[in-house]
Structures are given as C-alpha cells and as structure tokens.
Design a protein. Sequence first.
Length: 433
Amino acid sequence: MRRLLIILRREYLAYLLTPGFLITLVALPLVLFASASLPSILSRQAPAPKVVVLDLTGLGPEGPGPHLEAQIRKGQTRNLPQERAAVLVPAPDGIAGARTPEEAGQRIQDFYRGQNPDGNPPAFLVLAGKADALDARLWTVRARLIDLSGELERELSDWSRDARMRALGLDTKQIDAINRSGVDISTYSPGSQTGRVTLTDRLPHLAALGVSYLLVSLILAGAGMVLTSVVEEKSSRVIEVLVTSAHPAELLVGKVLGLLCLFLTVIGALAGAGILVAGQLPAGIARDAVNAIFSGGLLGWAVLFLASGFLLYGSIFAGLAAFCETPREAQSLATPLSLFMLIPLFLVISGFQAPESPVIRIAALFPPFTPFLMLLRIADGAPAWEVATGIALMAATTAGAIWIGVQAYRTGALTQGSSSLWAIFRRSLARRA
C-alpha cells in the first residue's frame, strides 16, 4: 500500500505542478463561460438581416405583405438570420414590377448575380395567392447559412387564419377572442415539490445530462493520458526500473488513481466555484440549476462513477500501452476503444429523452456504459435494486479489467518490439501460467 501511495503521489504531482495544468485549471471556467456567452455576443455583433416583401396577392392593405411588414417594423420576427430582428428595405429597381412568382424569381436571380454574398444582400419573400392558398417563396443568396422560417411562417399563418375568419363574417372582436382562446395543459406529479411540474423539477434531469457528458469527456481524456504516460515510460526504459521496484498492480493502479485525483481536483475547483456563484445568485432558474447539481447526491454519484470509469478504462488503456513502443502504435490500438466510447454520447441523449426505455435500462447495467447512463436513471428515480445491480456489475467488471490490465502490464513492460493483439493475449496467458 505504501508503494502504491508513493506512485499515486508521483503521478498526481507530475501533472499537478506543470504550468499547463495550472493554466487549464484557471482557464477552464473562463472557457465554459465564453462558450455559453460567445454565440449571443457574435449574434449581436452581426449585421441585421435585410428583408424585402413582394406582395403579389393583389389584396391591398389587407394583404399578407402589409401585415408582415408591420410586424417586422415592430421587431416581432426574431427567428431570422443571426436571431436578430430584421430590417425592412424597399425592393430594388426592376424587381418591384414583377407580376408572378416565377417572374419575380427570375429577376431576383439576376439581381443576386451582381451581389457580393458578404455584403449582406437582402432576402426576398414573394407572396402570391389567396388566404386559403397562400404561396410564399423565400429567396436568399446564403441558403446554407441562414434559416428564415419560424416566426415568418407563424405570422403568415396568423394572417391567413384571420382573413379566412373575416370571410366567414366574423368581426375583429370575435377574431381576437378566438385567437386568445386556447387550452394550456398543466402537468402535475407527486414527485414535484409544489405538485405542479415546473422547469425547476426538470433541472435534476438536465443536470444529470450535463454531468454525464462531462464524465465521458473526462474518462476518455484520462485514459488517453494513461496511455501516453505508459508509452513514454516504456520508450525511455523507465518502466523496467519501476517494475523491479514495485508490483505491477501497484504501478498500474497507482498511475490510474493519480490521474483520477488530478481530475477530482478539477471537479473540486469547479464545484467550489459553482457553490460561490450559487450563493451570489438571486432566487431563480440560474440558482436552481446550480443547486440541482450539488443537491440530491448528484455530485457524489458523479465522483463514484468517475472513479469506477477511470479504473475500468484506465486499466485497459495501460495494459495495451505496455505492449507499444511508440505513441503511433498505442494510438492504433486505442482508436477502437476511443470509438467505442463515443457510443455513450448517443445513448446519453436517448436516455435523457426516454430514460424508461428497456434498451437504456439494460445498457445502464452494462458496465462499459454504467458510469454514464446510471446517472440519468438515478435522476429519473431508478429503483434501488437497479442502482445496486449496476454498481455491483461495474465493480466486478472494473476488478476484472484491473486484473487483465496488470497481467498485460507485467508481460508488456519487459517486452520489446511491436506486438499484435493476439500476441498480447498469448503472452499474458503464458506468463500467468
């Protein structure tokens, strides 16, 4: 145990005291904040989109064109390019006189041929037909980059519905009363604190989703660091000295635990920052979101599954790395495992949408996926027997992975030259015998 702790301390401090890690520890919260706020900042800095409305319906002031222009002037059409309110501009010369959508489309194409796409040319909305059969065609020079649907469609649908009701003889007050009418479904659950389900009640599920993604990233990054560390030690022949000084199990487990403590340090720093931020936030969704992570035991479960996942994947990666002479060989062996770890990303999304799915429930008990999916099951109120079974299977599989990793580590540490996967297993079994 003493040698294991020495190795753990060595691996932990080897990364902790590096300038890169200290910079990362300070920069990580800033990067997370920037990634959350940057899209909004860029959106505000982007030029407002220009829109030209060509109304060919012949309905005059009561037509869809004037209605939509009025809404654009009010800034009520937000689902436009860069999610900003559009700017209404007049039609260029030669386009306003079109009589049909086809003629307008041809003139618009001729107009775009002389325009620079980076010069923010206007988008054209061509309207034709009647209220019960409105033909709306949108022309934009940058179709792959923007989407002008959403609010435009909603506004035109509202106009079409109102026009058809007026045609049936309803007056303005009756139409407004119909538009205001509707049915709101309120969801109630005994699991809700107030009885009625609100966003606050759903926050634990959202927090579990975010933490699950974080675990996938941390475990994959940590396994890669274990692989790189073992290959470097073997290529410099340091591993031969270490094997003569400590048991292979102590070397492997100590190395993995050292990196685990490193990532726990990162989580601890983020948790401390989160607690400080939560204490300063006013009561509301933001504060409830932070509390959802630190209440209900979510953070404790996250640490448990992070540790088990680290030991599982770290042991496998370390065993493979012991047979590699160069980082290129290690990457060729680790690539299939890295691709395999992408599967939890897709399962986590499915598990968030349908946590009671039989596939998700079974996958949560399957040890390679347990660290990532069981959090979602716990947040959804999984029964105790299911959680206990998942943890037991995970513990057994982790112990087996450590044993296999130790055998491979013992055999590969003193093996020189490239090896195939079959040679790895053959040598490990022969050594054990």
